[in-house]
Unconditional design. Structure first.
Length: 407
């Protein structure tokens, strides 16, 4: 056992040292992507850069899946028919960057605030290394996905034949996690990220003069009651061992320059997150009931609309164990949390996991250089360049282990 452990450390050190040789190039790519962010389904420059790099390393490239998606296919030099997919997302967010970095976004109002620039660079780093060292059996598909941020690009890729054109026995994803220590990984079997549904409620009354409210039916009263009772769904209708979230994101009514008018309608929008279909059904049922009750109590009408976006992200057991084992093999068992807490964020990688077994891993993004914690989707966030080599090493190790070559 001691000899095997020493050998694993030696192999990992050798891999890291080799990847260090390409680190400057991968970080330069990451920062170039950061400087030129592109939103969902408009990742034209990003996709072209990815395709150019893959081709330059001798990897077969297919473009145009889901519009701007890119898939690279690399066969190992050892005999074998297995195939896996490694996925990175490419799109940015409509957020105005406030990092002040020398490579900050040149597009006002757009930034890589979720680290997809880094995800792309990590997978490119793995692709480059594996292309130069194809010591595995079978095929690796490098999946560069557009439009994760609300666009459902993963769903579109699946619908357009991702796994028919590029057969995979399993598919894996990797996402950075601010606040989790650099070099640490987190994963769990089963539901890991939540299903995401958006909801919309319109309360309609007659409106009227603010000085004569007795002559009006006031929908603002109905919406106020609805908002105050909404959280009772979580506290009184969902079992304590289950998890669900309901949040109000917008309330709109009337005109700011007409304070003496009671509006005729009020619009509310929000989000809900659940992990199991049974819990989702309870939340939707109670949301409808509370809206109807609030409207009835104030002589108004209520209209409720639910828009389903992403299903829960569910990691399959065997692939979760193999992903965790790959991280432990490369960085030690102490680097991996195999029972990472569930997260109420959503991820469209869930659509790929509905089609193929696989697992979604988190990799620690640490803290900012000044010690601050900048979460994703905030204007001060930046991907930590120290992850580029770490993430590439994880991908390489996973690919070799999955495709029956020694790590």
């Amino acid at each position: 056992m001691i000899l095997r452990a020493r050998r694993l450390i030696t192999v990992t050190q050798c891999l890291i040292e080799t990847l260090r040789g390409q680190e400057a190039e991968m970080i330069a790519i990451r920062r170039d992507l950061h400087r030129h962010p592109e939103i969902a389904f408009k990742e034209f420059r990003t996709a072209a850069l990815v395709a150019e790099k893959l081709r330059g390393w001798g990897i077969a490239v297919s473009e145009g899946l889901a519009g701007t998606g890119v898939v690279g296919a690399l066969r190992g030099r050892l005999p074998g028919a297995g195939a896996i997919g490694l996925r990175a997302d490419m799109d940015a967010l409509p957020i105005r960057e406030a990092t002040g970095l020398p490579y900050a976004s040149v597009h006002d109002g757009l930034m890589h605030a979720c680290g997809h620039d880094g995800h792309t660079a990590m997978l490119l780093g793995a692709a480059r290394h594996l292309a130069m060292n194809p010591d595995f059996a079978g095929t690796v598909h490098f999946i560069f996905q557009p439009a994760e941020e609300g666009g459902g690009g993963g769903k579109v890729m699946v619908e357009e034949g991702l796994f028919r054109r590029f057969p995979c026995d399993a598919v894996y994803g990797l996402h950075n996690e601010p606040g989790l220590e650099i070099g640490r990984f987190g994963i769990r079997s089963g539901p890991m990220l939540a299903a995401m549904d958006s909801w919309r409620v319109v309360f309609r009354g007659t409106g009227g003069h603010g000085g004569r409210p007795h002559r009006a039916t006031d929908p603002t009263m109905a919406q106020a009651q609805f908002v105050l009772t909404l959280q009772s769904v979580i506290g009184r209708n969902i079992p304590g061992h289950e998890t669900a979230v309901i949040s109000v994101g917008h309330i709109g009514a009337g005109a700011a320059d007409a304070p003496n008018n009671i509006p005729a309608q009020v619009l509310l929008t929000g989000t809900m997150r659940t992990y199991r279909p049974e819990v989702r059904e309870v939340v939707i049922r109670r949301l409808n009931e509370l809206a109807a009750s609030a409207a009835s109590g104030h002589n108004c009408m209520a209209e409720v609309m639910i828009d389903s976006h992403y299903p829960p992200l569910v990691n399959s057991r065997d692939e979760t164990n193999r992903a965790a084992d790959a991280a432990a093999s490369a960085f030690g068992e102490g680097a991996i949390d195999r029972d990472f807490p569930q997260i109420t964020a959503a991820e469209d990688f869930a659509f790929m996991l509905r089609e193929r077994p696989g697992a979604f891993m988190l990799i620690g993004n640490g803290f900012a250089p000044d010690g601050a914690l900048h979460h994703v989707h905030t204007p001060h966030y930046d991907f930590n360049d120290a992850l580029v080599t770490i993430g590439s090493a994880y991908w390489v190790t996973l690919a070799r282990r999955e495709l029956r070559a020694e790590a």
